[in-house]
Design a protein. Structure first.
Length: 356
């Protein structure tokens, strides 16, 4: 019996020299993994990459922690003042609290500085609790800053996207409006229009408690703060509208509204997010400045700017700078934290950045 010849084994499909035809790709490609490891490499979104970069920055994390603490300080104001056992409006003008001889109206030494009864002392003149006014003032300042920023972001994004997408007469009209808003001196415009708007809103549903100054500042700061963002968004949309994904959406019959909201706006959210983080501290400072000048939040409604005004009006900062240092320090720390976080967000969302 003759042994059958031993045939050479057939090389695996796709090997060099395979004469049976082209290589056939495996049904399921293996997952890519880093050298020397079995972990799967997954792609990250833009926001995921940005968050990873922010986490690697100690300055950004410290700024974010300060912002979170300030927000909690404002949100939990009623609870914190309840624990302290004080409120933001009760006045204390008796001689056993305020000095009526050496410096009339200045709290006595026991009440002037932090103590177990009054955690940040009492303010001069009316003897109200500084901690309670700081906590409730943080709510007013942050609410005005966040709401006015939201108004500016919505107006700037929508109008800027419309100008860049449609072009032509729409672009010309919106661009000229932008130029008009950017040409006016912002502070002088706000100073002149805020009292007028407050008088117009008097007698309406907003003229109750502290709603009137909050509503007027939100409208003024938000309405006159959108132009710069709109110009930046317009420049981004001018290049995005010629991209293939926008042309594909047009070919499928998508409406202009759908293309702007679903295709273009998500691609400019990085710029919008950076602008928002920069605009919040600007509006916090603007509210403080307007309240300090007497056209924003007025006494007895607490805000950090109004507390600065009260410390300056009676020249109490000359007698004891503590009454000026507390609201000024909180304002500086909060604005600095937002600015540092804004810088970190800008760097993290920069596609040309080599970090992360």
């Amino acid at each position: 019996m003759t042994d059958s010849p031993v045939l050479p084994s057939r090389p695996p499909s796709g090997a060099d020299g395979d004469a049976d035809g082209p290589a056939t790709a495996p049904a399921t490609p293996p997952a890519a993994s880093p050298a020397g490891g079995g972990a799967t490499v997954t792609a990250r979104s833009l926001l995921g990459t940005a968050w990873l970069r922010i986490r690697r920055s100690r300055i950004a994390l410290a700024a974010l922690a300060v912002i979170v603490l300030m927000v909690l300080f404002a949100v939990l104001a009623p609870l914190l003042t309840g624990i302290e056992g004080q409120d933001a409006y009760t006045t204390r003008t008796s001689p056993d609290v305020l000095d009526d001889y050496g410096t009339p109206g200045l709290p006595l030494s026991y009440y002037r500085y932090p103590s177990g009864e009054h955690w940040l002392g009492l303010e001069p003149g009316l003897g109200r609790d500084i901690f309670a006014r700081m906590a409730h003032g943080a709510r007013i300042s942050l609410v005005i800053a966040l709401l006015s920023t939201a108004v500016s972001v919505v107006l700037g994004t929508v109008l800027g996207a419309a100008a860049g997408y449609f072009g032509g007469k729409v672009d010309m009209v919106i661009s000229r409006i932008m130029d008009l808003f950017l040409a006016f001196p912002h502070l002088l415009l706000v100073l002149s229009l805020t009292p007028i708007l407050q008088s117009r809103l008097g007698g309406t549903a907003l003229d109750e408690g502290s709603l009137l100054p909050i509503a007027s500042l939100v409208i003024i700061l938000g309405f006159f703060g959108w132009a710069y963002l709109a110009r930046v968004v317009r420049g981004q949309v001018l290049s995005l509208r010629e991209q293939e994904f926008v042309e594909a959406a047009r070919s499928y019959g998508a409406s202009h509204r759908s293309i702007i909201l679903r295709q273009i706006v998500p691609n400019v959210m990085g710029v919008v997010l950076v602008y928002a983080t920069m605009m919040i501290p600007t509006n916090i400072t603007a509210e403080a400045a307007l309240s300090f000048l007497g056209v924003g939040v007025k006494d007895p409604t607490p805000s950090w700017g109004q507390m600065l005004n009260a410390a300056q009006a009676g020249n109490w900062y000359l007698t004891d700078p503590w009454f000026l240092a507390v609201p000024a320090g909180a304002l500086v720390i909060t604005v600095l934290a937002f600015n540092l976080l804004g810088d970190a967000v800008r760097d993290a969302l920069d596609p040309k950045s080599s970090r992360g």
